[in-house]
Design a protein around this ligand. Structure first.
Ligand SMILES: [Zn+2]
Ligand SMILES: [Zn+2]
Length: 382
């Protein structure tokens, strides 16, 4: 459903409503005037692209994966960086953003979820920011640690000033230095802001509406590659809702998750450390469970014990093969770390076993997937 009247509206959130409804027409008008008067100035567009990347990743890697979920630890300079460029995205202070987001995870899809998709696509996208609602949860406990963080509270206290300077004054000033203050304000200020706003809002709307439930169907979060591309990697939202402590959203090396790469880059620069990841075994287990549940729902009318036995057998094979592979990998890593000449033979042996275990796991997974897709294509009889 696209619209659903939310309950318990107590008023209009005027600052939010005016800002969110006036910035898009302002962006269009200013961009048009700039283009008509000054044409295409490539330096301005380049600046907008750079600021877009910096602000988008400060929301995803800073506001979201650091302040809201603490998926890694950060040095003060990195926290300042996230605070300044996060403010440039004009999505409220870290304190408010991260607290709302934690409540979203805790109460997802219920009336207490600040952007529940069950109140409609547009409500989850940005309707929730236009209105005031009777609170259903005590937000206090969700922001205690943030209240103790001096950088977070400084940003919160001076938020409007910092955000205005970063979001509008800085691009205008740089634009003026490049020969077009209007271009700076229109393209790197307003246009960048409006596009970024709606790309971020898609995580709350689109990613709870369209896509695949890879790991769980106990909430509405979905994995969507398209949205991963649009949102700096936040599109693997089904994974994120179940493994929110993981600094990655796209877990495979080829999953499009620039936020993950950005955090890795900050680790190399010394700003981020103790990056948290979910044990691979847990991820595989959840994925197999979800495949099984989907299969059983699909096959409901034809269900019989023989199939149950086959499913259990294949699933156990995948899990066991993966556990074996992980164990060998650990052993190999340990032995290689305190390398001694006499361990050389054992290391070679382990390497060979590792190769075998890996291909056994891949084969078991392939078998499981083939079985799954064949069964999912069976006609369902009522
Ligand atoms: Zn969500
Ligand atoms: Zn989250």
């Amino acid at each position: 459903m696209l619209f659903k009247k939310p309950l318990k509206i107590t008023g209009i959130n005027w600052p939010g409503a005016l800002f969110l409804t006036l910035t898009p027409p302002a962006a269009i008008v200013l961009t048009t005037i700039h283009l008509m008067r000054e044409g295409f100035v490539w330096q301005i567009w380049l600046m907008a692209a750079v600021f877009y990347s910096m602000t988008a990743s400060s929301i995803t890697g800073g506001y979201h994966r650091y302040f809201a979920h603490r998926t890694y630890e950060a040095r003060p300079w990195l926290k300042w960086y996230w605070s300044l460029f996060g403010a440039m995205a004009f999505q409220n202070s870290i304190f408010i953003w991260a607290r709302d987001h934690r409540v979203h995870h805790r109460f997802v899809d219920t009336d207490s979820d600040p952007y529940s998709i069950n109140k409609g696509f547009f409500y989850a996208h940005f309707g929730w920011m236009l209105i005031l609602e009777e609170p259903t949860v005590d937000m206090g406990p969700y922001g205690r640690d943030l209240e103790r963080d001096k950088i977070v509270m400084f940003q919160h206290k001076h938020y409007v000033l910092i955000a205005s300077l970063m979001c509008f004054a800085l691009p205008t000033l740089l634009g003026w230095m490049m020969g077009s203050w209007l271009g700076g304000l229109a393209i790197a200020g307003f246009l960048r802001l409006v596009v970024l706003h709606h790309m971020t809002f898609f995580v709350n709307s689109w990613c709870h509406y369209f896509g695949r439930q890879t790991y769980t169907d106990t909430n509405t979060a979905k994995d969507s590659f398209l949205m991963a591309v649009a949102t700096f990697g936040e599109g693997y939202h089904n994974f994120h809702h179940i493994f929110a402590n993981d600094y990655r959203n796209g877990i495979r090396w080829y999953h499009w998750d620039p936020t993950k790469w950005m955090i890795q880059l900050f680790r190399l620069m010394g700003g981020a450390y103790n990056l948290r990841i979910t044990p691979q075994n847990d991820i595989i287990r959840m994925q197999l469970q979800m495949d099984e549940r989907r299969l059983k729902t699909r096959l409901q009318p034809d269900w019989h014990d023989q199939l149950e036995a086959r499913i259990t057998e294949l699933k156990t094979q995948v899990e066991a093969a993966h556990v074996r592979w992980e164990k060998l990998r650990e052993e190999y890593k340990k032995l290689a770390a305190d390398y001694a000449e006499d361990a050389r033979h054992r290391l070679d042996e382990l390497k060979e076993q590792l190769r075998l275990a890996r291909s056994e796991f891949k084969a078991a997974l392939r078998q499981w997937r083939e079985f799954n897709s064949t069964m999912m294509m069976q006609p369902v009889r009522a």
